[in-house]
Write a protein that binds this ligand. Structure first.
Ligand code: GH3
Ligand code: MG
Ligand code: MG
Ligand code: MG
Length: 310
């Protein structure tokens, strides 16, 4: 293919992928007059965006809470109740510039408004009447900015090997839950048994594969709870509003599933077991609960492994 054609081809492929993605992206259009809102939505629909419309501050903010796929708000200054500037300020009390983008719009007769939008927390502005090319450039740029941050945040919270939430994310999540004041809670620390031996005998790749399998089981059994790959071959699970008996029951199902899980390497079937320490002792801090669970885990190891101690 000639180079120029290839470039066109690559450009069109990127565009197609973007158009496909846009179906999942919500844009909220706010303004007093239906005619001007419809005009903006019409432009957005050409690029496949999912559009929403509101004419006042309260319902606009509600709409953001109800539709998590909204990544961008486009607002004019004239609304049914307050002004667009006030709407931007109200949105910023709930949603940061990094999680939701806002574009303020104004016609040529009031250019001073554009700076006011930015000062009150908008990410960008557009002049009416729209130059279509500029409109799409700015809309896309603002959405891609939000998506980039989403991706960075997701990566920062995830363990690379297993895809499980990492330790930092776990601490954040559990601390938030504990601050809400739970009546009961349990915390379990799980550690694979003699894992070093798997690495030493079959290689690090095999160890990695085993960690991924265990992580899959974690996702299957504990996705409704906060969990993480705590480090190395250690995992943990936080059970809010759960009694020790209930937690133990769930953990024991998991323990037997790990025991029966086998991976194949060089015609051999390789398995491993897991020791678990679990505590229901209430504490102010996650760290305190963790050290209780760790003591139990230590006992589980010394009692012969592949068991739960509480
Ligand atoms: P114990 O039953 O007492 O827990 O024995 P163990 O061998 O599991 O414990 P130890 O702490 O001695 O060894 C943990 C091993 O886990 C050592 C380390 O190489 C391995 N490990 C930690 N992270 C990874 C990883 O990401 N991939 C692989 N393949 N191995 C890992
Ligand atoms: Mg360990
Ligand atoms: Mg160890
Ligand atoms: Mg271990």
């Amino acid at each position: 293919i000639p180079k120029q054609n290839r470039q066109v081809f690559e450009y069109l492929s990127r565009l197609l992928i973007r158009l496909q993605k846009n179906k999942q992206v919500g844009v909220l259009v706010v303004g007093k007059r239906p005619s001007s809102r419809n005009k903006v939505c019409e432009l957005l629909n050409r690029h496949n965006f999912e559009t929403y419309q509101e004419n006042n501050t309260l319902s606009a903010v509600n709409s953001l809470y109800n539709n998590k796929q909204i990544k961008l708000v486009i607002t004019e200054n004239e609304l049914q109740d307050e002004s667009g500037i006030e709407l931007v300020a109200a949105i910023r009390k709930e949603f940061s510039k990094e999680e939701l983008s806002i574009i303020g719009t104004s016609n040529l007769s009031n250019p001073a408004l554009l700076a006011k939008f930015i000062k009150s927390g908008a990410n960008d502005y557009l002049r009416v009447p729209y130059c279509h090319e500029e409109f799409f450039c700015r809309v896309l740029q603002n959405i891609e900015h939000i998506e980039q941050i989403e991706l960075i945040r997701k990566t920062a919270n995830m363990d690379y090997l297993t895809g499980l939430p990492n330790r930092r994310h776990f601490f954040e999540e559990v601390t938030t839950q504990m601050h809400r004041g739970l009546e009961s809670m349990c915390l379990a620390l799980l550690d694979l048994d003699h894992f070093k031996k798997i690495n030493d005998t079959y290689g690090h790749d095999c160890g990695d594969a085993m960690l991924k399998e265990v992580a899959k089981l974690m996702k299957k059994h504990f996705s409704e709870f906060s969990m993480s790959r705590f480090g190395g071959e250690e995992f943990c699970v936080f059970f809010p509003n759960t009694t020790l008996e209930q937690a133990k029951q769930k953990l024991d199902v998991f323990r037997t599933q790990v025991e029966s899980k086998k991976i194949r390497r060089k015609r051999q079937s390789i398995g491993c077991t897991v020791s678990i320490g679990v505590t229901s002792k209430l504490a102010e801090k996650v760290e305190t609960m963790l050290s209780h669970a760790d003591e139990c885990l230590y006992k589980a190891k010394s009692l012969g492994r592949n068991q739960i101690v509480c």
